[in-house]
Design a binder for this molecule. Structure first.
Ligand code: S3P
Length: 429
């Protein structure tokens, strides 16, 4: 278990490119695998989570070639996947296990999915329940609510499902099952979660209808291979946005970032806090909005965060917490109960670690109150095996009174293997 000590910086400057979007990378493999023809993917994120997805599809007979630049997936058509000879290990990846379980529910073979010690604690009832309503037979630990999950797929029928939580993983799991179901599968959610599946289903030729807070997929429609270009991940860019905002004398240009409106909650939040963030050269690539993002040092103030912006920034709260720790006044976060079931309980993780650095944080059931301060102490903090906790605390170190040691940082490789070299590249000391 490795740790790292990050020293304070005088500024964060330059131009960077962050690696490809994790959500889009997962989906490109999944849809490419069940499409007809060869799908090519450029800008694919080679993080551990996406490699879990790639290995799972290879284990189902899909030929996937990586020449170092482009990933080529030889699609097997809607009904061409093979029964895997062994358990499919999804590692730390919630997206892999939840989406793949939807897909496997539609296959006429038996499969078992599992993951690491963190993933095996995360709730699966949220997908098992609706997939069972569609006709899938899924068993698992703790009454079918925890992985490993054993799936006997088969003939599914479409349902109309009102998800109690805004979750792209639930939505996408049911959309993938819906490709195999008789009739139509409709999913609605309290407020819109990331819509990468909707966009990519369209790109690959699925029959899809978008409606208010929901989507309907028609089953039995074959998909066609595509050329996909994956933009940079705004979730990765968020750490660098916060780094440039809080560190004095900073100006950072982050090139080629996905700015899909269902993901830009972090920009809205940081701008509302007073952050100087500009989108430059907005364009569209493979059905996804993309821009360069220019960020300069800013005086931040505490704000109230709740409602529909929360699912639009769900992965960025660890980074937002660091901005809040440096803002003037109190930042309140509410309606963010989902943070408790991420790679770790991110409310506890941020409250405890910021507390160690001398920041006052009060936990609530669905969020927290953070009292900003000009004084951030150094010390030792613990990632709890969660990549985003590790990266956000590393960014905090740039403005701490002395170095911060972050323990258990191997998890950073799940989403952003080049994070530390990139941070060192832009931070001046
Ligand atoms: C993701 C959806 C989100 C997000 C996760 C990636 C996806 O999870 O937290 O990192 O790719 O669909 P939920 O759908 O559980 O909110």
């Amino acid at each position: 278990m490795n740790s790292i000590t990050i020293q304070p910086a005088v500024s964060v400057n330059g131009e960077i490119v962050v690696p490809g979007d994790k959500s889009i990378s997962h989906r490109s493999i999944m849809l490419g695998a069940i499409a007809n023809g060869v799908t090519t993917v450029r800008g694919f994120l080679r993080g551990e989570d996406n490699m879990s997805t790639m290995h799972a599809f290879r284990a189902m007979g899909v030929e996937i070639h990586d020449d170092g630049e482009t990933i080529s997936i030889s699609g097997r058509g809607l009904r061409g996947l093979q029964e895997p000879a062994d358990v499919l290990d999804c590692g730390n990846s919630g997206t892999t296990i939840r989406l793949i379980t939807g897909l496997l529910s539609g296959q006429s073979f038996f499969s078992v999915v599992t993951g690491d010690q963190y993933l095996r604690k995360r709730p699966m009832k949220r997908i098992v329940e609706p997939l069972s309503l569609m006709g899938a037979c899924i068993n698992g630990r703790n009454g079918g609510t925890l992985a490993p999950l054993a799936i006997r797929g088969g003939s599914l029928h479409g349902i109309s499902y009102q998800s109690p939580v805004s979750s792209a993983q639930i939505k996408s799991s049911l959309m993938l099952a819906g490709l195999y179901a008789d009739g139509e599968t409709s999913i609605t959610e309290p407020s819109l979660s990331r819509d990468h599946s909707e966009r990519m289903f369209r790109l690959f030729g699925a029959s899809l209808n978008l409606h208010d807070k929901g989507v309907t997929v028609r089953g039995g429609v074959e998909l066609t291979a595509q050329e996909v270009t994956v933009p940079g991940d705004i979730s990765s860019a968020a750490f660098f946005m916060v780094a440039a905002l809080i560190t004095p004398h900073s100006e950072l240009l982050i090139r080629n970032v996905g700015v899909n409106p269902s993901r830009t909650g972090v920009i809205d939040i940081l701008q509302a806090m007073g952050g100087n963030i500009q989108l430059v050269d907005e364009r569209e690539v493979s059905g996804e909005p993309v821009a360069d993002i220019l960020v300069c040092t800013s005086r931040l103030k505490g704000i109230a965060i709740s409602g529909s912006v929360v699912p639009r920034a769900i992965d960025e709260f660890p980074a937002v917490c660091i901005a809040a720790a440096r803002a003037e006044g109190i930042t309140t976060i509410r309606d963010a109960r989902e943070l408790r079931v991420k790679e770790t309980d991110r409310i506890i993780a941020m409250a405890e670690n910021l507390g160690r650095l001398g920041i006052t944080v009060t936990e609530t059931e669905d969020g927290m109150d953070i009292t900003g301060s000009e004084q951030l102490n150094g010390g030792t903090v613990d990632s709890r095996g969660d990549h985003r906790i590790a990266m956000s605390l590393s960014v905090a170190a740039l403005v701490a009174s002395r170095g911060i040691t972050v323990t258990d940082i191997d998890c950073v490789a799940t989403s952003f293997p080049s994070f530390y070299p990139l941070l060192e590249k832009v931070a001046s000391r």
